[in-house]
Design a protein around this ligand. Structure first.
Ligand code: ATP
Ligand code: MG
Length: 270
């Protein structure tokens, strides 16, 4: 309404705004970062009480269960802190490439997820000696892993932390929204690694295929079903995929389950 207020921002004003936003972001990141120390102290304390009973005194079986649960949850918190920092780093467009075996990536991601929801299964997965055994164990949980032996053994060069975070979010969603089955497929073509995460749940109507990538958007957020979340996972995954120069495709419709396809270019670490 008043001319002066409607004038487009000058370059100087824009720079000032950006610098303010950057400073705010740094402060939030620092806060998240500083959670790491008290968390490490809690974790070390619990571990010592469990593992050094000659020093701290014996614990009962019941107490051990409580310690284990508390420890598992410090792990959850550590992951959350790591994820939050990783997103901040993504905002800066920073990526860290390294060579790592696909087998480790898949194993660690699935164990991490199941550690929170099904510790017996995560323990079983850790003990698997080969791909076949790993696949069969996962099937008990309704998870079908599709990857060939040669690829399982292969090393790829990419940002491992970010890929783990992408997979963790997509798999968590698939496990949360499925009826009974989740399929994880991994394929490599030329200089691309392709992950597909598919479930047999209620699916996502086409009209919402864009919306679900918005922060805080949830289909049927008012529903009283037991599924909880914040509507942040997919928005974060999109930022990470873009940061890695990849693309994400969604194939889904109402009543037909959902399939997320993530294509990420591979690097040569030379
Ligand atoms: N596999 C899926 N099947 C059906 N709907 C899905 C699926 N994945 C995501 N959605 C829908 O998209 C919304 C956004 O997903 P997103 O992962 O961002 O959030 P969330 O899982 O609800 O919570 P958060 O990931 O923050 O814990 C979900 O609330 C859900 O409505
Ligand atoms: Mg989610």
């Amino acid at each position: 309404m008043f001319g002066a207020e409607n004038k487009p921002a000058t370059r100087e004003q824009k720079d000032k705004g950006n610098s303010h936003m950057r400073r705010e972001r740094i402060k939030i990141d620092l806060l998240i970062h500083d959670l790491k120390v008290p968390l490490a102290v809690i974790e070390a304390g619990l571990t010592s009480m469990m593992k050094r009973q000659e020093k701290y005194g014996p614990i009962t079986e019941k107490q051990e269960r409580v310690f284990k649960r508390a420890l598992r949850n410090t792990k959850v918190l550590k992951n959350l802190v790591g994820d939050a920092l990783e997103l901040g780093r993504s905002g800066e467009g920073i990526v860290f490439f390294s060579d790592f075996p696909l087998a480790d990536l898949i194993e660690e991601t699935l164990v991490e997820i199941l550690d929170l929801t099904d510790t017996t299964m995560s323990e079983k997965l850790k003990k698997c000696e080969n791909l076949d055994h790993f696949k069969k164990t996962l099937e008990e949980k309704g998870v079908i892993l599709s990857i060939d032996e040669a690829l399982w053994e292969q090393q790829i060069c990419q940002d491992e932390t970010k890929i783990k975070q992408i997979l963790r979010n997509l798999l968590n969603n698939a496990l949360k929204y499925r009826k009974s089955r989740v399929e994880l497929g991994i394929d490599c073509r030329e200089d691309l690694v392709i992950f597909s995460v598919k479930d047999d749940g209620a699916g996502i109507p086409t009209a919402y295929h864009k919306k679900i990538f918005d922060c805080y958007f949830q289909l049927d957020a008012s529903s009283t079903c037991s599924v909880r979340g914040h509507g942040l996972g997919l928005a974060g995954v999109m930022v990470l995929v873009e940061d890695l120069g990849g693309e994400m495709l969604l194939d889904s419709d109402e009543g037909q389950g959902a399939k997320f396809l993530v294509k990420i270019p591979l690097k040569t670490n030379k």
